[in-house]
Design a protein around this ligand. Structure first.
Ligand code: 1GP
Length: 247
């Protein structure tokens, strides 16, 4: 089944999904990555996102290959730039940065990347990416040259997501940015949820199962955790016993 169909199915049946973000630049060794993927299996992770805002090392493909050879958990590229493309992944988030007003990230990079993506044959996930200010300037805000939506403006985030859905985007990713000081507010997540009918991914600053539960209960379908597991890879074990259906 295509990843988008799986996400829609989970959305319709109120399943909570956990995604882990692996940044190829932060991998210390192949062995440690394999161990971490073992922990992802233990914690019943649903999706592994791979990508980073910078990617200083040319290690995206190797990272995806290592993950694919260790697990059947789907691997989805979360590209920080149009250069982050690989046919070895199962799918790619084809991101339009709809919270920003930088034309390159609304359509420009997509034109450059489209023919390469077509050649890879991987599944394309058209995604409205919404950056929300969560207390500190993040790499993605700096690199993208866009301003995030203010933390206390849930209504702006919600109508931005609504416009994204009306434009035909299939997923919304509301992100506080990697290493955000605090997660996106539950108010913002539920405001987006009320305005839209497509699956909602959220992440940035999720540091515990409790943070993730709050995001799921507020209406997120997929919660993404990166930095917290980079800092303490054993933390992921505590996610094994999460309930899998939203109340
Ligand atoms: C960033 O949402 C992801 O784009 C993950 O954020 O690294 O803060 O968990 P963290």
């Amino acid at each position: 089944m295509r990843i988008l169909d799986q996400l829609i199915q989970s959305h319709e049946s109120s399943q909570k999904l956990l995604a882990v973000l692996v940044d190829p630049d932060k991998i210390q060794s192949i062995e440690l990555l394999r161990q971490f993927i073992g922990s992802c299996e233990y914690a019943k992770v649903d999706t592994i996102l791979v990508g980073g805002s910078l990617l200083m090392n040319d290690s995206l493909e190797q990272c995806i290959e290592t993950i694919k050879s260790s697990t059947k958990i789907p691997v989805v590229i979360f590209p920080g730039s149009p250069l982050q493309i690989s046919g070895k992944a199962d799918a790619i988030l084809f991101l339009s940065l709809i919270s920003g007003r930088n034309p390159e990230l609304l359509i420009g990079s997509h034109v450059v990347a489209a023919p390469y993506l077509k050649k890879t044959g991987i599944e394309i996930l058209p995604t409205g990416y919404i950056l929300i200010d969560c207390g500190n300037a993040t790499t993605v805000s700096y690199i993208s040259n866009t301003q995030p939506i203010p933390y206390h403006k849930p209504e702006i985030a919600a109508v931005t997501a609504l416009a994204g859905e009306m434009l035909g985007l299939k997923l919304i990713y509301a992100d506080g940015g990697s290493g955000a000081q605090k997660p996106i507010s539950e108010k913002t997540i539920s405001a987006i949820k009320k305005q839209t009918t497509i699956p909602l991914i959220t992440g940035g600053g999720i540091r515990s199962l409790d943070d993730a539960e709050k995001a799921w209960h507020a209406g997120a379908d997929v919660v993404v955790v990166g930095t917290a597991f980079e800092n303490d890879p054993t933390l992921i074990h505590s996610f094994r016993n999460r309930s899998t259906v939203k109340i």
